[in-house]
Design a protein around this ligand. Structure first.
Ligand SMILES: C[S@@+](CC[C@H](N)C(=O)[O-])C[C@H]1O[C@@H](n2cnc3c(N)ncnc32)[C@H](O)[C@@H]1O
Ligand SMILES: [Zn+2]
Length: 284
């Protein structure tokens, strides 16, 4: 029998309902008839047609819309993040089986790519405030858990995750510390100062991004055994990936229409990718 994506995703939720707490009253939750998630106080959240659940308490309008996620998916499928994903895989593997949260997962390709390489008994949970991202994730990568949720008010119990990933997304340290098991790993990726410097040079006449020392300091306040690495490489940019790359990056949000036009007509055979990756465990 071929199961629908909704059923496959509902089954993943059912197997893992113990992870959840109600975003309204913090009570435990269960999946009812593979169609909704209900807490013991009767707050109820329907599963979508694709099988994700929206546990966000209010509607958020964000700049992350369908076209941005479709651009992001094209670029990711083109191998843009491959060296970064290799690094994350290497960092996560020693944690063994368990549950991984991707907080601010976007359209889910990064978490899906990492899960594909990990043992089958690893459970993946992706949350994002942008419904369009989660809808794409649930359709493209069924069998994992995809939720619309605010990472500042995560709908999960305490100490339930072995790993939390936070890639190019905002962090909420209080929530991440609450959610992480005592030996669990937190890994945060931020853009390095040379990230997409060729585009930055066109948009802002200044190729250098922000220094990452503040991020590292904040990270070290909350975590120990901190490892900080730089993952930098040149990505060969096929002509057809230039427009999606410009569309996907928040760097382009502040650029004038003229600068955008100029960037779109450029020939950029190689683009600089530069990340700082911080990882650590909870302070005892
Ligand atoms: C630059 S994207 C990164 C997405 C994905 N990790 C990637 O690298 O492709 C930032 C993401 O953070 C999400 N985001 C921003 N604030 C959030 C919040 N409070 N809770 C959950 N997600 C949030 C956005 O919706 C967006 O998908
Ligand atoms: Zn409730």
């Amino acid at each position: 029998m071929i199961l629908s994506k909704k059923v496959i995703n509902a089954q993943a939720l059912e197997r893992n309902e113990h992870l959840f707490k109600c975003p309204v009253c913090s009570a435990g939750m269960e999946i009812v008839e593979q169609s909704k998630m209900v807490c013991t106080e009767n707050h109820s959240f329907d599963l979508s047609k694709a099988g994700y659940v929206n546990l966000s308490s209010h509607i958020h309008v964000t700049k992350y819309d369908k076209s941005l996620f479709s651009a992001r998916k094209k670029v990711i499928d083109g191998g843009f993040f491959e060296p970064l994903l290799d690094y994350i895989y290497g960092a996560v593997l020693p944690q063994g089986s368990g549950t991984i949260l991707d907080a601010g997962c976007g359209e889910g390709s990064q978490l899906a790519a990492i899960l594909q390489r990990l043992p089958d008994d690893v459970t993946g949970v992706g949350i994002d405030l942008a419904k369009e991202g989660i809808a794409t994730a649930a359709k493209e990568h069924p069998g994992n858990i995809w939720c619309v949720a605010d990472l500042a008010n995560c709908p999960f119990g305490d100490s339930v995750f072995n790993v939390i990933l936070n890639v190019l997304s905002p962090a909420n340290y209080a929530e991440f510390l609450r959610l992480l098991k005592s030996e669990g790993l937190f890994l945060k990726v931020i853009p390095g100062e040379d990230y997409l410097k060729e585009l930055r040079a066109i948009f802002y006449d200044d190729p250098k991004g922000q220094k990452d020392s503040d991020h590292v300091m904040r990270f070290e306040q909350h975590f120990e055994s901190v490892q900080t690495d730089r993952i930098a490489y040149e990505f060969p940019l096929d002509k057809e990936l230039l427009a999606p790359l410009i569309r996907m990056t928040p760097l382009s949000w502040g650029a004038s229409p003229e600068k955008l036009e100029q960037a779109l007509s450029m020939d950029i055979p190689m683009i600089t990718v530069d990340f700082t990756v911080m990882s650590g465990v909870k302070k005892k």
